[in-house]
Design a binder for this molecule. Structure first.
Ligand code: PGA
Length: 254
């Protein structure tokens, strides 16, 4: 399957900074064989999506509300981000689970709202450091994955990207080892196969995220069961994100 490399800019970049980044990323994009996606702040969506037309990069949002419309001051619907040019949306990121108290039940509603609006849903799951210490990685991933996705049909699952992001690896500079990433991804694939069947499981892109940098991207991309990367802080500079895209290119030629 084609590798996916996703930038998650979080609450960084103005409209102009986003535009400039996309312009400067073009050389890396043209030589990269991965599918490249950039999740921009909502305010930059419309302009970034316009900028990215005819470029091999897909622009998306970082969050949506699950209602179609209504009196929900400050919220933005899936249809609205789609209207602004988004092709995908991140749902269930651990920062939203932690700071905005989003349960897997909410993540499920958001994933369904995204799919109904014609967006790809990039659904994140991952255990905390405490859960890992308590030997609860398997139980956590299983409950998050099934509670977030089990109501989806096989057809709907074909518009989902899953990201395994151990919470303890996000923003810490300490990525999971390739052995831990492999076993978590294999587990996710088995859970998906158990619920939707092996064919759907083999087609589901499963990305790794958590302190991905230009110096570990290649090893992570080479790890079996890893279909791509979700990159936070190292996606904020054109230089480091381009190097990550280039590690995919090196992989294809090696
Ligand atoms: P990080 O963030 O690469 O800065 O660890 C990843 C993420 O939160 O998606």
């Amino acid at each position: 399957m084609q590798k996916h490399i996703v930038a998650n800019w979080k609450m960084y970049k103005t409209i102009e900074e986003a535009r400039q980044f996309i312009v400067e990323l073009e050389p890396a994009l043209t030589s990269c064989e991965a599918k490249v996606l950039v999740a921009v702040p909502s305010t930059a969506l419309w302009n970034a999506a316009k900028q990215a037309v005819k470029m091999p990069v897909h622009i998306g949002a970082q969050n949506i509300d699950f209602h179609t419309e209504g009196a929900f001051t400050g919220e933005i619907s899936a249809g609205m981000v789609k209207d602004a040019g988004a092709e995908f949306v991140i749902v269930g990121h651990s920062e939203r689970r932690k700071f905005f108290h989003e349960s897997s039940e909410i993540v499920n509603l958001k994933a369904k709202a995204a799919l109904s609006a014609g967006l790809t849903a990039l659904v994140c799951i991952g255990e905390t450091g405490e859960e890992r210490l308590a030997d609860a990685v398997e139980a956590t991933l299983k409950s998050q994955l099934l509670e977030s996705l089990s109501t989806l049909s096989i057809d709907q699952l074909s518009s989902v990207i899953l990201a395994y992001e151990p919470v303890w690896a996000i923003g810490t500079g300490v990525a999971a080892t390739s052995k831990d990433v492999y076993s978590a991804h294999l587990l996710c694939r088995q859970i998906v196969a158990g619920h939707w069947g092996p064919d759907a499981a083999s087609k589901l892109p499963i990305l790794y995220g958590g302190s991905v940098k230009s110096d570990n991207a290649r090893e992570l991309l080479e790890t079996p069961e890893v279909d791509g990367l979700l990159v936070g802080s190292a996606s904020l500079s054109v230089d480091s994100f381009s190097k990550i895209l280039l590690s995919q290119q090196v992989l294809n030629f090696s």
